[in-house]
Design a protein around this ligand. Sequence first.
Ligand SMILES: O=P(O)(O)OC[C@H]1O[C@H](OP(=O)(O)OP(=O)(O)O)[C@H](O)[C@@H]1O
Ligand SMILES: Nc1nc2[nH]cnc2c(=O)[nH]1
Length: 178
Amino acid sequence: MNNDISEVLFNEAQIEEAANRLGKQITKDYEGQKPLVLSVLKGAYLWTADVIRKIDLYVDLEFIKISSYHGGVSSSNEIALVTDVQSDVKGRDILILEDIVDTGQSLQFLEDLLLSRGANSVRVATLLDKKEGRKVDIKADYVGFDVRNEFVVGYGLDYKGLYRNLPYVGILKQEIYS
Ligand SMILES: O=P(O)(O)OC[C@H]1O[C@H](OP(=O)(O)OP(=O)(O)O)[C@H](O)[C@@H]1O
Ligand SMILES: Nc1nc2[nH]cnc2c(=O)[nH]1
């Protein structure tokens, strides 16, 4: 599996440093609050495990699963809710954990959903921010790394369901796609 990678963009040590950095900042910013950490499956499972242990606060943890459908002639994706949260988000301060913000459509969908349900605040902490990929005007509050406009895999991020278990983020060799 490691053989399929042409370039490592962020290694384990760099990702650990990012989890530490964001965890500290989140701990400061949410002082005195009890945020609801919302992990977006599947991609954010490793990032969630690493970041949440760097947050020195009482937090609730919830998971949500959404899917994006890349349909027809339109270049935009339709997002659907696959597995919902188990608790009421009304009045809660929600910290979404994402592995990547790319077009921003997943994040927009989640923010709209949570605010429509009465969340008090919604912020996002993402490992990767692919700003050049944006199709909607939305910004991440906490960013591990900016990433260039290429398809990345590893550390939760998949290609055809594989590579999520790589401990780093990298680029696949061109031949894998052919
Ligand atoms: O900004 P966007 O263009 O919307 O892309 C970001 C989303 O894409 C990935 O999820 P994906 O839909 O691949 O599902 P997965 O997490 O189950 O792999 C990632 O985990 C984000 O949730
Ligand atoms: N694996 C993977 N999933 C994504 N979802 C949105 N952008 C990406 C990406 O670059 N890689």
